[in-house]
Design a protein around this ligand. Structure first.
Ligand code: OGA
Ligand code: NI
Length: 360
């Protein structure tokens, strides 16, 4: 047992030291995935797959409807946030070219000359722009994921443009502006769905921090043996996800893994752990995962996490007082976002809930 663990550590370390991520393995034309990427047997077949896309489909909400009936949209959001934890939004107001440009920027960075990329490679979370593969590489997660990523805090303190790689600089800045605008609207609608003042969640600083994480899932030669992202729920208030047309994102719903089918121009919205906590389980932070990419081309996704995450933040969060009552007593103790995030990162994506540690 001890030898096995030692091996896994040194193999992870050797992979890390190359600083070229999963993309580097694919560029070297490997035909078998290294051991550290192998999922324990049975993980992928542990749950029934989606019965049929039409029986079980994540709600799609058309924001065009806001002009007709705001209450109607609020009702749909309430249903999606409480029963699914996820929904897709169309006609959200973010221009198509902005969505295309961020995806192009992410591709450009990940497909940049490895020597240029290496200069950004780091495991130091205090760095402004962090590129690496598997933020939880050294945690107890079951296997290394078939994915590379880069991340940057875009709010509350935006980076200087020179701190971002030229490949994705303008796209990240522009995209983040739109994420703040859309986040503003969604937090208002979620507040209304809770029966609270429109600005309630915003006034609690739920959208003070924006962490942009840009993923690149290279094609995998043995996609049935590994995974793109282990199952997890997000450590954020809210996440807005842009995915391309490859697919592979699934959410855990009623003991099935349900596909989040790509819709051109749509954005995927999901509730994070902090929103589940402050709503005292009214809104659900649902487990999701990404299958390894079996397509011929890389899969690209951009996750906008509303959270101050690892940044210093003196505010503590507990269930919102107005929604508590005798029938709905407080289910969680208060959290400090930085402390929560540190614990979540340390644990890694091992398929267990970190939020449950805070249950009363
Ligand atoms: C995440 C996530 C999904 C994806 O970054 O937390 O779930 O499709 N990403 O990349
Ligand atoms: Ni996620």
């Amino acid at each position: 047992m001890a030898t096995k663990e030692f091996d896994s550590y040194s193999e992870r370390k050797a992979f890390d030291d190359r600083k070229t991520g999963v993309k580097g393995l694919v560029d070297a034309h490997i035909t078998e995935i290294p051991r550290i990427f192998r999922l324990p047997q049975g993980v992928l077949s542990d749950k029934k797959p989606s019965v049929s896309a039409s029986d079980f489909a994540i709600p799609i909400i058309d924001f065009e409807g806001l002009h007709v009936s705001r209450e109607g949209i609020v009702e749909k959001i309430k249903d999606a946030a409480s029963n699914w934890g996820f929904f897709q939004v169309i006609n959200h107001g973010v221009p198509l070219n902005v969505l295309e440009e961020i995806q192009e920027g992410v591709r450009r960075f990940h497909e940049e000359d490895p020597e240029v990329k290496k200069t950004y490679f780091t495991r130091d979370a205090a760095k402004r722009f962090v590129y690496n593969s598997n933020f939880d590489l050294y945690s107890s997660s079951s296997c290394v994921n078939w994915r590379d990523s880069f991340a940057c805090y875009m709010a509350p303190d935006p980076p200087n443009p020179e701190e971002l790689p030229v490949a994705c600089r303008d796209a990240m800045i522009e995209y983040s502006k739109h994420m703040m605008r859309l986040g503003d609207l969604i937090f208002e609608l979620l507040s209304e769905a809770l029966g609270l003042r429109s600005d309630k969640l915003k006034s609690m600083d739920c959208m003070k921090g924006l962490l942009l994480i840009c993923h690149y899932y290279p094609p995998c030669p043995q996609p049935d043996l590994t995974i793109g992202t282990n199952n997890h729920s997000d450590n954020s208030f809210l996440t807005i996800l842009l995915q391309d047309q490859i697919g592979g994102l699934q959410i855990h719903h009623q003991d099935c893994w349900v596909d989040v089918s790509p819709i051109p121009g749509a954005l995927v919205i999901n509730m994070g752990d902090f929103l589940q906590l402050i709503t005292n389980d009214k809104f659900r932070s649902v487990e999701h995962r990404v299958l390894a990419n079996r397509a011929a081309t890389p899969r690209i996704s951009v996750a906008s996490f509303f959270s101050t995450s690892m940044l210093p933040n003196s505010t503590v969060y507990g269930p919102i007082k107005e929604i508590l009552s005798e029938e709905n007593p407080q289910k969680y103790r208060v959290i400090d976002l930085k402390e929560y995030t540190e614990g979540y990162f340390k644990k890694g994506l091992d398929g267990t809930s970190y939020l449950s540690h805070y249950k009363i």
